[in-house]
Design a protein around this ligand. Sequence first.
Ligand SMILES: *[C@@H]1O[C@H](CO)[C@@H](O)[C@H](O)[C@H]1NC(C)=O
Ligand SMILES: *[C@@H]1O[C@H](CO)[C@@H](O)[C@H](O)[C@H]1NC(C)=O
Length: 259
Amino acid sequence: MITLFCAILCSLLVLASSSPIEGVTARPDDFRYLTAYSEPDSIGENYTFYEYTPELSVVMMNNVIDSVCATGFWILYDSINYIDRFVSCIYHGVSACATFAPACQNRASSLRYAGSPYGLNNDYYNLYQEIYLGGEEFRGEKDAADLGDFDLTISSLVVTGQSAWTFYRGLNYTGLPMCMYPDGHYTNDGIDIDYGFIFDMSEFGWPDNSIRSVRRGCHVQNVVRAPVNRTPGGGKTSMTSAPEEMDAMSITSVHTVHV
Ligand SMILES: *[C@@H]1O[C@H](CO)[C@@H](O)[C@H](O)[C@H]1NC(C)=O
Ligand SMILES: *[C@@H]1O[C@H](CO)[C@@H](O)[C@H](O)[C@H]1NC(C)=O
């Protein structure tokens, strides 16, 4: 399938440094969040998310989100319960603000993050039953000799943190393997996020629904998403759409914020 990856808008927010509280070394800004706004450029009604939210109407944010300020890898979906069949609307970054492409605005009805619930950049994988990181997921931080009910159902995935993962077309780490690294990186004021994602199994050169086991590390010669250059600072939104919706894509202006 032809997919078109489109960097829509990039902005950079340099946070004022925060002082440690009573010897606690954890920094208040070293955690995942997403503040969503009802207008472009961080204007309008806002709501801050920390967790999976299957129905945005519950917090009065259904079909209104235009822009975000966020840390982490966040996915917005057209339908409730994380379904979006044609477009992927994603934010990834660290302490940055960005506006979604017009086709992603006033559209989201659910949202969630990818990555470990225990740490922003822990080694982790999220395997999804639908293309474009949609539907139910099998996720974890450990080797999985089988995927249980998710056996032969995976259509897209995200890896985060610093480890590569090897995916196999057989149970128990057998069969044709593919290694994938988190190849994207943001760092901002000492906080890092590494991520890699594929929207459908054609990027592996595999048929849909063919993953059967997962193992930490790169154990094979076949590699997709080898590590590449590191992107300093900020974050961005992106949109990828199915061919039938490609004409909905457009580039908006770039907006950089220095605090
Ligand atoms: C969210 O909106 C409230 C009410 O208008 C405002 O006081 C607050 O500063 C906004 N928060 C952010 C993070 O923009
Ligand atoms: C996977 O390996 C374990 C341990 O060697 C074995 O007990 C199990 O039967 C294997 N499962 C499959 C499906 O091969």
